[in-house]
Design a protein around this ligand. Structure first.
Ligand SMILES: Cc1ncc(COP(=O)(O)O)c(C=O)c1O
Length: 367
């Protein structure tokens, strides 16, 4: 007789584990790694210094409230620190929100090519993911609203979205909020907010401040160059912050993360440098890759979605293999239903030029 094995809750085995962007090549050669939307400029030197200094106190538990970091974030953006909750990456905040507000029988909506962590977080809590179609790879507010049912409890919206790089203006976000029932939590994921240079864009701080059912999440992994340290935060209504603080790990950020994050958010000059670098090379890459006969979805973030022909020898998988042979790793996005595309993070000048040269060769365009 075999004894029954422990079983996970329903939904867990429907989850396909998140596959991060690749980082190594079989050859062992150090690649141009443009697969995870990390910044080519690295973190602020002040953040590195703060991280090193944290080595002096490793026997001590961190400040469980991450008070210094929350205060620094609040100061930077003019927010109430009581309503900021920090997490081990914004992934943790997204996961905690799903854990607190979703359960079996509930539905949560995300968009067709929305960030995959939403699906994982929804299923992990026994809830049902509902996918709203996008229009031309952009969020379609009406489609989201059309998918709301009496069971809907949450809507996740990455703005800008990963992996498309597209965004919706704040008026559309406000329209969405106004049309959603008040008991539906709207989660505005602004992982790439700092990069956006559009007059009609806002990450949603004002909406969070003026409603009791909207949360904005942000990260230190992208513009601040601290992906390795896992730092994210949510700006929440007071009631939601209270809920998250009850269920999060009591010391969910390390001391090194708190110190480095605090230094990073205060180094505005470094951040501005990263924004300027991104704006310059984003435009250049869109133009140069477009000249090769490839379509690039207009992006406001620190990455671009490149579309390849659906023909043998020219397809995204062929391009991926070719680029890897040249020491360049982009991100395959088949798991997002975009098997004919590759996502490229904006790199250093040298990396960007290398990608364009390699793609010219791949497409048979003489440079
Ligand atoms: C849209 C979006 N949200 C959230 C995250 C999570 O970032 P982190 O957990 O590193 O803060 C990412 C990372 O790629 C992302 O693309």
């Amino acid at each position: 007789m075999t004894s029954p094995a422990p079983k996970p809750r329903p939904g867990i085995l429907a989850i396909e584990a998140y596959v991060p962007g690749e980082s190594r090549l079989p050859s062992g050669v150090k690649p141009a790694k443009l697969s995870s939307n990390e910044t080519p400029l690295g973190p602020s030197p002040k953040a590195i210094e703060a991280y090193k200094a944290a080595a002096d106190d490793l026997e001590r538990y961190p400040d469980g409230q991450a008070s210094g970091l929350r205060k620094a974030i609040a100061l930077r953006y003019g927010l109430n620190p009581q309503r900021i909750v920090c997490g081990a990456g914004s992934d943790e905040i997204l996961t905690l929100l799903a854990h607190a507000y979703l359960g079996p029988g509930d539905e949560a909506i995300y968009t067709e090519h929305g960030f995959l962590v939403y699906r994982i977080a929804i299923l992990a809590n026994g809830a049902t993911p509902v996918v709203a179609p996008e229009k031309d790879l952009k969020t379609d507010v009406d489609a989201i609203l059309a998918h709301v049912t009496t069971k809907t409890r949450m809507v996740f919206l990455a703005n800008p979205n990963n992996p498309t790089g597209t965004y919706v203006g704040i008026d559309e976000v406000r329209r969405l909020r106004a049309a959603l029932r008040s008991d539906i939590l709207l989660v505005l994921d602004g992982a790439y907010a700092e990069y956006v240079q559009r007059n009609d864009y806002e990450a949603g701080m004002e909406l969070v401040s003026t409603t009791n059912n909207t949360v904005m999440t942000r990260t230190f992994s992208k513009i601040h160059g601290l992906a390795a340290l896992r730092i994210g935060w949510g700006y929440c209504p007071a009631e939601v912050a209270d809920v998250l603080n009850r269920i999060r790990g009591p010391f969910n950020l390390s001391s090194a993360a708190i110190s480095a994050g605090t230094a990073a958010i205060t180094d505005v000059e470094h951040m501005e440098k990263a924004v300027a670098h991104n704006a310059k090379w984003l435009g250049w890459l869109e133009t140069e890759i477009g000249k090769l006969g490839l379509t690039v979805t207009p992006s406001v973030a620190n990455f671009i979605l490149i579309h390849f022909p659906r023909e043998e020898g020219r397809a995204a998988t062929d391009a991926d293999a070719f680029l890897k042979s040249k020491g360049i790793i982009l991100r395959t996005v088949g798991s997002y239903g975009l098997g004919h595309c590759l996502r490229m993070t904006i790199g250093t000048e040298d990396e960007n030029r290398r990608v364009v040269a390699a793609l010219s060769e791949f497409m048979g365009v003489s440079g």
